[in-house]
Design a protein around this ligand. Structure first.
Ligand SMILES: [Zn+2]
Length: 249
């Protein structure tokens, strides 16, 4: 049940998807891997939308060079743990939701445990090894993985539903080399909003998800495009396993 205060807070979006939808958001738990360029706008918008429980994981400390894009963190936060900064901002922007910020490096020993019973995983990472790990957890738990990636003015996003769509390894079988790459803050802002929109639609059970479609954004040309992506039957992460995706929504 929504409180009177929640009814008022979410009035304009209840106009869009109804009170039942808002209650669905309130009951939802979303896991966000990363409180950086993508994790900042994603967590802020999911928080203000009223997603009832947000777990956000990061192991870094706020650095001055993060501030052109990581809008959860302010100048005063330089030197603080990103999780402390994230938890503070998300609680302030919406005191009616639960925020759990965990300061740890995601690895193969803890990934499944950290995700716990979340309804979906948001990939707000900047490296492929951890993305692949999240992909494995999503497949094992049969929950969606909302992928986003950026470089400079260029970005991409897709929604992976285990058993229904190609997984991250089907689409990107080999990790690009890990490196420090350029980022203009507007790009994770835009791609993060595509991911957050996907999360909301999935939780609400409305609209058409980016399933089997890789959304591509070229900010320099102001062009959006999409590539049709297919399952790889020989995929080492999901290949050969045709599961019936749990349809609990
Ligand atoms: Zn696969």
């Amino acid at each position: 049940m929504l409180s009177e205060r929640e009814q008022e807070r979410y009035k304009r979006q209840i106009m869009s998807f109804g009170q039942e939808g808002q209650e669905r958001l309130k009951k939802a738990h979303v896991f966000i891997a990363g409180a950086g360029g993508l994790g900042s706008p994603i967590s802020l918008y999911l928080a203000v939308a009223g997603v009832g429980r947000i777990t956000i994981v990061d192991m870094d400390v706020v650095d001055q060079s993060n501030l052109n894009r990581q809008i959860l963190h302010f100048d005063r936060d330089i030197g603080r743990k990103k999780t402390a900064s994230a938890e503070e901002k998300l609680r302030e922007i919406n005191p009616d939701i639960m925020v759990n910020a965990i300061d740890v490096k995601i690895d193969e020993t803890n990934a499944a445990y950290l995700v716990g019973g979340a309804d979906g995983i948001v990939d707000a990472m900047d490296n492929y090894p951890i993305r692949y790990l999240l992909n494995d957890v999503a497949i094992a738990k049969e929950i969606p993985l909302f992928h986003g990636g950026i470089r400079g003015f260029y970005g991409q996003a897709t929604t992976i539903i285990p058993g229904k769509t190609p997984c991250l390894k089907c689409i990107f079988p080999k990790a690009p080399p890990g490196e420090v790459f350029p980022v203009v803050g507007v790009t994770p802002g835009l791609i993060g909003m595509v991911q957050a929109t996907e999360v909301l639609k999935y939780l609400l059970g409305i609209g058409d998800l980016l399933m089997g479609r890789l959304f591509i954004w070229d900010g320099m040309q102001a062009k959006a495009d999409e590539i049709c992506v297919k399952r790889n039957p020989g995929c080492e992460a999901c290949g050969g396993v045709v599961k019936t995706a749990r349809n609990k929504k």
